[in-house]
Design a protein around this ligand. Sequence first.
Ligand code: SF4
Length: 435
Amino acid sequence: MAKMRKDLKRIHEYHERVVGVLKMLESAPAEEQNPVQIKFLKLMLDYNENITDAAENHKPLICTWYGNAQEIAAGMGIKYYNPVFELLFHLELTDYQDAKECDHFPLDEKMCSLIRYAVYSVYNQFHPKPDCFLAMGEPCDGELMLHQAFKVNKEWKDVPHFIIDPSYGHTDEDYKYVAKQLKDMIAFLEKTTGTKYEFAKVREIVEETNRQYEVWKEVNELKQARPCPIGSFITDDMFWALTQHLPCGDPRATALMTVVRDMMKDAVAAGKGVLEKEQIRILWPDLAPQWGERLGKWLEEEWNAVVVMSFQGNTPYEKIDTSTEESMLFGLARRSVFEVPMIRQGRGFVDVMIDDVTDLINTYSINCVIDGGHMGHKDQSGSKYFLRKVCRDMEVPLLGLTTSLFDERYTPLDQLKKDISNFLSTTGFKRAKDM
Ligand code: SF4
């Protein structure tokens, strides 16, 4: 048997694990199957197979991050991967194997765990070497260090890279400044991958993403219903993966999002929520945590509480005008530096975070805010004062935690449960068993 390439070993492992999970899910009786979960995993498989195919058959392949206008790469027929997307997905399936391995990786342990995983992943060749990588110039200094680390890694030192200089503000002039750079990025992609940019093809992808963000908005409107028709973090996680990590503008992703929307529509029409006696509606003003599913289940069972919205699930996305190339690139620039979460709240003026929190509390009838307090995330920590002020002014209780959103060992879940329970009981909420 031919020996497998080192740089394909890990993604093959991911592939086999997902195949196994799928087999297990599909072997359950039809009435117990979750078709959304199955279809989502099939898209994950496709993503994985595309990377292998590109690497084995010398097709264009790049490494990039969310917020780097992936619509362009997808429209140019370039396959792309995010260095931590699958790693994070598989943590839960492997008892945090990579997180434990990463403990021995020589990077400061206080550094954001997302950054640590990304450097660890590239240095261990968990993905095939790309034709180029698109670095992320925002929102934190960790991101800048991350790509310098990529550059000095011996396997990647000759890999060309491109970085967008993000604007600080959020005016049309700012977006024009970024849109101009997207043109340079297109030329860079053509040169490094040998592909050709065609406006019509990228436009097709962008239009499909416009439809996806429209469906996502409708889903969020349904979440305004009381009781909330879906559990904590579910659409925040799934839709973020479908729009930012899995191949952009895939109509199968739109169809999947539409199925979820329709299920939620039916639930709202029938007055059904994920909780019969919904008591607490929580805003989580950050990315959804890796361990969000377990935290969400516990909140539901123990406190009749549901995380209705997070920054990751929020949809400030404006429809991109695709009538001309200029308007399309302008819209993509705005999406990249002003709409994608983490970048939206982390970069530039704090007023965006203040306005978002105010608006989300009002729109989703939030009666409690829990701030995950991700370690190493300095801009978020720096804006805690403003978060506290908004919550005080609106008379909504706020709990500030310190966690790693991507490694539950940083503050074990049992400790979090104690802290959250203390907070909710002192705030006057009742445990589910006492209601
Ligand atoms: S989570 Fe925070 S610290 Fe980590 S990469 Fe994102 S912005 Fe930077």
